[in-house]
Design a protein around this ligand. Sequence first.
Ligand code: FAD
Length: 363
Amino acid sequence: MGTAMVPCAPLSRLFARLPSHHAWRHPAWVTLLVVLGLGLASCGEPRDPMLEVSGPTMGTFYSVKVARPPAELTAHALQQTVDTVLDEVIAEISTYDPTSELSRLNVNPTTDWVPLSPDLLTVIDEGQRISHLSGGAFDITVGPLVNLWGFGPEHRPDAVPDPAAIAAARERVGYEKLSLRADPPAIRKTRGDIYIDLSALGEGYGAARVATALEARGVTDYMVAIAGAIRVRGRNPKGTPWVIAIEEPTPGRRSVHRIIEISDGALSTSGDYRNFFEEGGQRYSHEIDPKTGRPVAQSLASVTVIDDDATRADGLATALMVMGEDEGPALAEAQLIPAYFIIREDEGFRVVVTPSFQRYLRE
Ligand code: FAD
């Protein structure tokens, strides 16, 4: 295939479509900007053809790049494919859409078995596996606490909740309060007021679903980014591995901390440095420890995980973030999880990298 010059306009298209709500404080939005910025860095150099589309989704943004696209795939068709898939995902797992399958399950007070779509079962099952792996640090039933602390769809005012309200919400939390059945797919709650929050998995799951749709259209070289959840395959337009930035975890600043090169796999970053509020000099972030009912209070600023599966990478990043700077790296090393931890120190940052992550780091 011959080379072509890539036009230098994707960011202006993206900015034209920015939603107006609080998405700017989304931690991974900045990561996406960095990813796009890297894509533009070599603008003007000869490259193989690339299609690129971007837009809003899930309260944040997506970017999809396809290198060496099949001849019949147009940018319009690519955008339609991506938007259709992401709308399907939202209709399945969003707690921000009151009509989604998950929202309907959350308001269903029954403790009998409830039929589930196979897709929703798959995501919930992944969440349950990560809960077991992390000893309950990760818990998709944490929703009542997420909402109480103002990080859910209710968008409550930024304030530390009353201890009695925290205790009441904690009563409703516990992944072991859910039972799953594969055939036919169904779920059972031991309490009618269990509320499932799949936000920690959803962007990764969306990226995985888009990747599957692209591959069904014959696409072999792509990068799908939904905020900080990224799925790549093949090579970029220059014929080299895709280049992704880990962001410096500093509130209010956008800078690259480290560069990763990856050809096939998924990468996800969770952090406490964008989606938080402060009260009395204390930072309260959206990563909630189900055991205390409170946002994690620690020095761990961000965790980046690489995995074959984008849903799992997304969930593991949150799990390791909640586990903290000691237990997180210990679990990642024991389980051979490629993970990159950035820990805040008095002066700057300290980094912990698991051996299996090293090979992705660009020198
Ligand atoms: P991650 O670290 O990946 O996840 C953190 C989130 O996981 C928290 O915000 C909380 O929801 C949950 N969580 C916290 N603690 C735990 C724990 N211990 N175990 C498990 N989970 C935990 N936002 C909007 O503002 N508007 C929208 O319309 C909107 N629609 C969405 C639709 C979908 C399908 C999804 C999945 C999310 C949507 N969001 C929306 C949410 C928004 O994008 C979230 O900020 C995002 O999903 C959280 O991802 P993250 O990368 O910021 O953090």
